[in-house]
Design a protein around this ligand. Structure first.
Ligand SMILES: Nc1nc2c(ncn2[C@@H]2O[C@H](COP(=O)(O)OP(=O)(O)OP(=O)(O)O)[C@@H](O)[C@H]2O)c(=O)[nH]1
Ligand SMILES: [Mg+2]
Length: 391
C-alpha cells in the first residue's frame, strides 16, 4: 500500500463544534485547519469550507471516514473534530456524535448571542456527558465590543445554569471568516482558541485494556475490497487480523484492514476514529447502530431500568406529561430503537421531571449500567437518560 501509515506521536482527542445554525461552525472549523496548516513543520492539512460542508454517501478514496470529521494537530495533541450542523433536524447526529466528544467548542455568534439551538446543544452536551466546553464568540470582527461583552455574560450564565462553571470556561473572541482570509489579528485569535482547548480540555481516561467495542456510525462499500464500518472506538484495542463479532447482524468475522483519516494503522485504541474493513461481510448485513466487539464480550439485551430527565417545553421538549405505554425512539450509542416506557402504575412524568422508568426496546442492543441515551419523538429530543440496571 502506498499510503502513509498513521503514526501515533501525540495523545488523540475528539472534539467538535456545536451551536446555533449559521453562527459560523463550519467557517471556524475550516479556519482552524488553515491556521494550523500554516504553522511551520505542521502535519495538518487545510480543509476548506466546501469540503467540510458536505457529507457524501460514499467515500471517494480508501476506507476513509465521514468527511464531516476533520483532523488536525496542535503542538501537543492530535484532534479529530466533528463539525455538527446547527439545524434542528441534525440533533440526532449531535446526540450520537457528541456522545464521543472529549470536549466541545460552543460557537456563538457575537452578533446574535444565545439562540434556541445554542441552549439546546449545551443541554444535550451535558446529558451525553461532554464535560468540557470552550466558547468561541465568533463574528467578533463585525460586532460592537460592548455588545460582545453582554453576549459573553449571557453565555457564561447559560453555561453555569447547566453546570459548566461559566465563570471559568474560556471564552475566546474569534472571527472564522477573517482568519480564513489570513488577517493576522484573527489568525492569532484562532491560536488563542486552540491554546484554550489544549489546556482546558483534559486528556480523558481511555479504557484501552477493556475488550474492544465500536458502535457503527456508517457503512461503506469499497469496490474490490469489501464492506467497511466506521466509528469511534469506545474501549479496548483492535488490530488487523483480530476476530470480531457484529452485534445486530449476528456475524463473526475478521478485521482485514484498519484506517484513520485515510491512513492505514496497525492497531486502533479507545478514542480513535477508525474505519474497519470486515472480511466477507455483505454491505446490507451491517447498519448504523450495530456494535462491533470482541467475540463474547457483550450480551445484548432489551429490558432495562433508567433514570430519565424529561425536557421542559422551554428546552424544546414536550408540553404534556408522559405515562406508561409511551413509545418513543431511544438513541443509544449510534442506534435508534423504539421502546415501550413503563413508569409503574398510573405515575406520570411531567416536562422538567427526573423519573425512573423501565424500558423495553424493540430489539436487543448492547446495554450496561451508566450508559447514556436520548429519547426522541417526532424529530425532537424530549428526554435524556442513563441506564441504571438490566432486567
Ligand atoms: N462576519 C463574519 N461572518 C461569518 C463569520 N463566520 C461565519 N460567517 C458567516 O456566517 C454564515 C454562516 O457560516 P457557517 O460557517 O456556514 O455557519 P454554520 O454554523 O456552520 O451553519 P450551519 O452548519 O448551517 O448550522 C456564512 O455566511 C459565513 O460567511 C465571521 O467570523 N465573521
Ligand atoms: Mg455548518
Amino acid at each position: 500500500m502506498s499510503k502513509t501509515a498513521y503514526v501515533r506521536t501525540k495523545p488523540h482527542l475528539n472534539i467538535g463544534t456545536m451551536g446555533h445554525v449559521d453562527h459560523g461552525k463550519t467557517t471556524l472549523t475550516a479556519a482552524i485547519t488553515k491556521v494550523l496548516s500554516e504553522r511551520g513543520g505542521s502535519s495538518t492539512s487545510y480543509v476548506s469550507f466546501d469540503r467540510i460542508d458536505r457529507a457524501p454517501e460514499e467515500a471517494q478514496r480508501g476506507i476513509t471516514i465521514n468527511i464531516a470529521h476533520v483532523e488536525y494537530e496542535t503542538d501537543t495533541r492530535h484532534y479529530a473534530h466533528v463539525d455538527m450542523p446547527g439545524h434542528a433536524d441534525y440533533i440526532k447526529n449531535m446526540v450520537t456524535g457528541a456522545a464521543q466528544l472529549d470536549g466541545a467548542i460552543l460557537v456563538v455568534s457575537a452578533l446574535d448571542g444565545i439562540m434556541p439551538q445554542t441552549a439546546e446543544h449545551v443541554l444535550l452536551a451535558r446529558q451525553v456527558g461532554v464535560d468540557h466546553i470552550v466558547v468561541a464568540l465568533n463574528k467578533a470582527d463585525a460586532g460592537d465590543p460592548e455588545l460582545i461583552d453582554l453576549v459573553e455574560l449571557e453565555v457564561r450564565e447559560l453555561l453555569s445554569a447547566h453546570g459548566y462553571g461559566g465563570d471559568t470556561v474560556p471564552v475566546v473572541r474569534v472571527s472564522g471568516l477573517k482568519a480564513l482570509e489570513g488577517d493576522p489579528r484573527w489568525t492569532a485569535a484562532i491560536e488563542g482558541l486552540l491554546d484554550a482547548v489544549d489546556t482546558y480540555v483534559p486528556m480523558p481516561v481511555r479504557y484501552t485494556d477493556a475488550p474492544f467495542l465500536l458502535s457503527v456510525e456508517n457503512v461503506l462499500t469499497i469496490t474490490g475490497r469489501g464492506t467497511v464500518v466506521t466509528g469511534a472506538v469506545e474501549r479496548g484495542t483492535v488490530r488487523v487480523g483480530d476476530r470480531v463479532q457484529v452485534l445486530g447482524a449476528d456475524i463473526e468475522t475478521v478485521v482485514t484492514g484498519l484506517e484513520t483519516f485515510g491512513k492505514p494503522m496497525e492497531s486502533a485504541e479507545a478514542g480513535d476514529n477508525v474505519a474497519l474493513l470486515l472480511r466477507g461481510v455483505e454491505r446490507d448485513r451491517v447498519r448504523r447502530g450495530h456494535v462491533v466487539a470482541a467475540p463474547g464480550s457483550v450480551t445484548p439485551s432489551r429490558r432495562f431500568t433508567a433514570q430519565v430527565y424529561v425536557l421542559s417545553a422551554k428546552e424544546g421538549g414536550r408540553s404534556t406529561p408522559v405515562a406508561t405505554g409511551y413509545r418513543p425512539q431511544f438513541y443509544i450509542r449510534t442506534a435508534d430503537v423504539v421502546g415501550d416506557v413503563d413508569l409503574g402504575g398510573t405515575a406520570v412524568a411531567r416536562p422538567g421531571d427526573t423519573v425512573t422508568m423501565t424500558v423495553e426496546l424493540g430489539r436487543d442492543v448492547p446495554l450496561e449500567s451508566g450508559l447514556g441515551f436520548a429519547i426522541r419523538e417526532g424529530g425532537r429530543t424530549v428526554g435524556a437518560g442513563t441506564v441504571t440496571g438490566l432486567l
